[in-house]
Design a protein around this ligand. Structure first.
Ligand SMILES: *[C@@H]1O[C@H](CO)[C@@H](O)[C@H](O)[C@H]1NC(C)=O
Length: 624
């Protein structure tokens, strides 16, 4: 009774997070008096996926707002970098101050910022980026400066964070040089105001210093000439409008579910698949297995019936330790570490603890959880290694926190070189790199060693059946029971449950969209894990029935088969329209890393599921 009540409450809570975009405000509100300065900060200039403009290339790296070739106006005394959290830096935020002067409740009609001169080469650069759909990402009082959008499918108005640096008209690029800022405020009391919304209308106005005006009617748009220098005058206006939105709900309009139907559809779809799979599984496990076990145990009593077939035959070999047991233990350890990190991060995010208003909190939490869960990962790795009768536990202790995280770090550093090469702001500064290494050795390594030692002190898991001295001959296996076909078959199911979310995650990674549908993600993640376990166990059962006892790596690869699909999916998502070699390398580099990480997690889950399954079924039969 009590539990059902709790689950009902949880259910409602979950629904409310989905529909209302519920978020605990991440930062304390700022209250401004009349005339107080409201800071406008500028973040990096990010690419976007231009669906409407299909012939343009897509870029996947961003630039600093003050990257010299853009010539955007600088504040007096030069731009100053704002301090940011580690996660915020890793995820690409580069926030600076700006020359905009905004004062609470002071409307401004036409303020000049500066005049910039674009040389031929810079004009080519800026025009290319306008065509590619690069976007400004400004922040007013921590809120992204947005554009008013309308979703035709759901007939709702929402705010799309960021706005393009220019527009394309008849394949001519026009740079926006006048920004009309509309700031919504909420009055709390006598001379107490809070910012609850910020939108912008960008305009492109051709004008000179001499006849300067911000009139947007009947003007020509700015065209950056690619054959001679062009002068562009920048300006802005500010309008304050009252709003009834309370500060606590000011993020709601930004958190727009683009197409909830697709997500519900996929969720329901794959829930059905999981239920079907579970039914098949329970049929096999409960009926076939029980029959098997009954028969096997009877056969032992009645010596006459020599009807020994199937998985019982390999009882003397099924616990024989696999080849490369060190590597398998280390991978499984890392898989557990990444799995726990992902699960807990999504769970925190689901509860609204990692709101987008608290920039970088998601990245920071992920990184710290990854470091902390190193303890459990290394524990599992050492424990498994011991279970495999491994004799070099010290090497295991060293490799556990090094192999996967080390490989990740090396890839990260290599890709960083490409980011530096294209002058992208996404390149992680050297100082941050050292901070990462420092935290790694300060937090992760000691915890990992502790985990390993703890596992080493524990007695090894007991085997339900003894391992024979001499390995059994494995009969010739049908082609479809080889590892590769099995992995390809098995990968479809977990991929199906996560594909839609992958699409949104990629959009948020590459194109700076706010991702917050953690309710969906949580369920899809659970579905993915459950399907992986079920499918892997099923296929391992068939493998064992075919008297093939080498299930360890097989189960890992069967579980990890999803990686292949995730990688192919990433390639398809790019639509082969990446601009330039660096975009190509970065996109494929990060896509491979993501696919491999998902593969390791699912492989681990598949392996652990199979391990429990094998332990269970061989424990149930009598062997003399
Ligand atoms: C600013 O402009 C808006 C829109 O024109 C107007 O509603 C508002 O009253 C103005 N505010 C001030 C303080 O003049």
């Amino acid at each position: 009774m009590k539990y059902s009540l709790i689950s009902v409450i949880c259910c409602f809570y979950y629904l409310s997070t989905l529909t209302a975009g519920f978020y605990l405000p991440g930062v304390a509100p700022s209250t401004y008096g009349k005339n107080d300065n409201v800071p406008l900060l500028v973040n990096h200039i990010t690419p976007s996926s231009k669906y409407e403009n299909t012939d343009s290339k897509t870029f996947v790296y961003s630039y600093d707002y003050y990257f010299p070739r853009f010539h955007f106006c600088q504040p007096e005394g030069g731009p100053k970098k704002q301090s940011e959290s580690l996660g915020s830096i890793i995820f690409g935020d580069r926030i600076f101050n700006s020359p905009f002067q905004i004062n609470m409740l002071v409307n401004k009609t036409c303020e000049k910022l500066c005049t910039a001169t674009y040389s031929k080469t810079d004009a080519i650069f800026v025009n290319r980026n306008i065509r590619a759909g690069f976007q400004h990402n400004w922040l007013i009082d921590g809120l992204p400066v947005a554009r008013d959008m309308f979703d035709k499918k759901t007939s709702t108005e929402f705010y799309g964070a960021g706005f393009p640096i220019g527009s394309v008209d008849d394949s001519v690029s026009h740079l926006s040089n006048h920004y009309e800022l509309i700031i919504e405020y909420h009055q709390r009391g006598e001379n107490e105001y809070r910012v609850v919304g910020a939108t912008v209308n960008p305009y492109s106005i051709e004008r000179t210093e001499q006849d300067f005006s911000c009139d947007v009617a009947d003007v020509n748009a700015v065209r950056l000439d690619q054959s001679k220098d062009t002068d562009v005058v920048f300006s802005y206006s500010v309008v304050f409008v009252p709003s009834s939105t309370a500060w606590a709900t000011r993020w709601d309009k930004y958190l727009h579910v683009y197409d909830p139907k697709i997500q519900w559809f996929s969720l329901v779809n794959f829930s059905i698949i999981v239920i079907l799979l579970s039914l098949i599984m329970s049929h096999i496990l409960l009926k076939t297995l029980r029959n098997d076990i009954q028969r096997y145990n009877e056969v032992n009593l009645d010596e006459d019936i020599i009807d020994e077939m199937g998985w019982k035959l390999v009882h003397g070999d099924v616990f024989r330790s696999p080849k490369n047991r060190m590597l398998l233990s280390v991978f499984v350890g890392s898989g557990i570490q990444i799995f726990l990190m992902t699960l807990v991060t999504i769970f925190f995010a689901l509860l609204g603890l990692l709101s987008p208003s608290n920039r970088g909190s998601l990245g920071t939490v992920m990184f710290l959880l990854f470091a902390v869960f190193g303890s459990i990962g290394s524990f599992a790795s050492a424990y498994l290694y011991k279970f495999f009768n491994g004799d070099n536990w010290k090497l295991n202790m060293i490799l556990s926190p090094l192999v996967v995280p080390g490989a990740l770090f090396v890839c990260f550093v290599l890709l960083n070189f490409f980011l530096i090469f294209v002058h992208s702001s996404g390149a992680v500064p050297v100082g941050t790199m050292f901070a990462i290494i420092f935290i790694w050795f300060l937090v992760n390594v000691p915890l990992s060693v502790a985990g390993s030692l703890f596992a080493y002190k524990r007695p090894a898991m007991k085997l339900p059946v003894k391992v024979n001295q001499i390995p059994r001959q494995i009969p010739k296996q049908p082609w479809y029971l080889r590892t590769l076909p099995l992995a390809l078959i098995a990968g479809i199911f977990p991929f199906g449950s996560i594909a839609i979310e992958m699409y949104f995650i990629y959009n948020s990674l590459w194109f700076n969209r706010i991702y917050y549908m953690f309710g969906f993600l949580f369920f899809c993640f659970i579905l993915m894990i459950v399907t992986t376990v079920l499918v892997t166990i099923l296929l391992i059962y068939y493998t064992l029935c075919n008297e093939n006892y080498k299930w360890h790596w097989k189960s890992f690869f069967i579980g990890g088969g999803v990686a292949v699909y995730i990688f192919i999916h990433s390639i398809l998502l790019s639509r082969f329209k990446l601009g330039g070699f660096s975009s190509f390398v970065l996109y494929f580099g990060y896509s491979s890393i993501i696919s491999l990480l998902v593969g390791i997690v699912c492989g681990t889950v598949g392996f652990l599921g199979s391990l429990l399954f094998v332990l269970r079924i061989y424990d149930a039969i009598k062997i003399d």
